[in-house]
Design a protein around this ligand. Structure first.
Ligand code: PLP
Length: 434
């Protein structure tokens, strides 16, 4: 039986959308034009008028295998016929158990315990709660503050938001209710370079002066995503790991954007050869099919929490461990690991470097940088979103800039020809805006 919108004109449902729906970071008073998409396959999005766009965003880092992938579709359909959901309190099922094992197998050694949740922001909330409950349990209840990096992004819920960059995260709007955490200068060391003493001076002094009240350092390893699309060196992470150990402060890595190969390693912490005490994954976990995230921690943290006053970890989302999402996550991880993903990411990195190089010649461009399957064009001034987005669509590509940043992280399955076209049209659209 057709659903109501299948019998409805595009104009009509776009109007419903305009009248009733909030889109991310948007105004209802002056709603931006929304692009109607009706299906997607491989690296292409199909719009309501039948035209196709090459997807340069992987639906915000998530659709690494492209859309409508037969293996992921098959996993979803098989699980759907068994059960799409069952509560996780007191019950368990093979999809979650094997996802837990897979995640422990592919992440660095000391991470052994997996808490599955609904979204990246919740995974960050869980990580923060783990750190706080750990210190409370082992008799150090004063360790409640967090130390984050400027330009960081960790999600939009309150706990996560409080660790985002205070300026771009607009903390002043919420300052009466947000916990006041500490922020260190963003690392300046370029990717592949060693961290200098100057680079670490600020975070070292914050750790030195505040370690007694600090529960954890939280950061995005190597790639700062939504807070600025900046890359920095693994050596900084390595030295910071040692500092956290020296000052007895936990280390939380938010790998929600970087996980599953995007930066060229399966997890970005591998660029530093270190591991955090707590790690968050999300976004590409289900290959972009369903919302799912996980927070991993070491045996030390898990035991600390459970030996304490509460005796349990105080969290339990209704849709925790959703079987459908877990089954797709298992299939997505298997698909990734069965491929030559490292060679493939190198291929995409080379394609992005070649394809975006011409952007550096434009007067409006400040810098061009690429790492793994991420290509960033930083403009000198913020772009005009409406006109630039329309130009991208006219040129057959889907790119969603923000502020000064025009960037792409395409699905890993993108062909060389589509990648070249994507880059060429990105640069051409920016040139046309000058
Ligand atoms: C997207 C993102 C989050 C938040 O994830 P949601 O699923 O949007 O809640 C947290 N941290 C990082 C690094 C992210 O990129």
């Amino acid at each position: 039986m057709p659903t109501d919108y299948q019998n409805t004109s595009t104009e009509q449902w776009l109007q419903w959308d305009k009248d009733h729906i909030w889109h991310p970071y948007s105004s209802v008073l002056n709603p931006p034009a929304m692009v109607p998409v009706v299906s997607a396959k491989g690296v292409k999005l199909t719009l309501a008028d039948g035209s196709e766009l090459i997807d340069g965003m992987s639906s915000w880092w998530s659709a690494i295998h492209g859309y409508n992938h037969p293996a992921l579709n098959a996993a979803a359909k098989a699980q759907l016929d068994d059960m799409s959901h069952v509560m996780f309190g007191g019950l368990t099922h093979p999809a979650a158990a094997s996802l837990g094992k897979r995640l422990v197998d592919i992440t660095p050694a000391p991470l052994t315990r997996v808490f599955i949740s609904d979204s990246g922001s919740v995974a960050v909330e869980v990580a923060i709660k783990m750190a706080l409950q750990y210190w409370h349990s082992i008799g150090q209840p004063n360790k409640t503050r967090l130390l984050a990096l400027r330009n960081g992004y960790h999600g939009d819920t309150f706990g996560a938001m409080a660790t985002c960059d205070p300026v771009t995260g607009m903390h002043h709007l919420f300052n009466k209710v947000l916990p006041e955490h500490l922020f260190a200068e963003a690392p300046k060391t370029a990717f592949g370079e060693s961290a200098t003493e100057a680079d670490l001076a600020n975070i070292t002094s914050l750790l030195k002066n505040h370690h007694q009240e600090l529960a954890a350092v939280i950061l995005e390893p190597v790639v700062q995503g939504a807070g600025g699309m900046r890359f920095y060196g693994g050596d900084y992470l390595k030295q910071l790991r040692a500092l956290c150990d020296d000052y007895d402060v936990l280390l939380i890595h938010d790998e929600i954007a970087t996980g599953f190969g995007r930066s060229g390693k399966l997890f970005a912490c591998e660029h530093a050869g270190i591991s955090p005490d707590i790690m968050c994954v999300g976004k590409a976990l289900t290959g972009g099919y369903l919302s799912l995230a996980a927070t991993l921690c070491s045996e030390k943290i898990a035991h600390g929490i459970c030996e304490g006053e509460a005796g349990v970890f105080m969290h339990g989302p209704t849709f925790m461990g959703n079987p459908l999402a877990c089954s797709i996550a298992n299939a997505s991880i298997d698909l990734l690991l069965a491929s030559d993903w490292q060679g493939n990411i190198q291929r995409i990195e080379a394609g992005l470097k070649t394809g975006l190089a011409a952007a550096a010649e434009l007067n409006s461009v400040e810098a061009v940088r690429c790492l793994g399957a991420i290509g960033v064009i930083e403009m000198k001034t913020p772009v005009n979103m409406a006109s630039l987005q329309a130009r991208f669509i006219d040129r057959g590509i889907w790119i969603r800039p923000f502020g000064k940043l025009v960037y792409t992280m395409p699905p890993y399955i993108i062909s060389n020809a589509d990648l070249a076209l994507l880059c060429q049209q990105m640069v051409a659209a920016l040139a046309a805006e000058e």
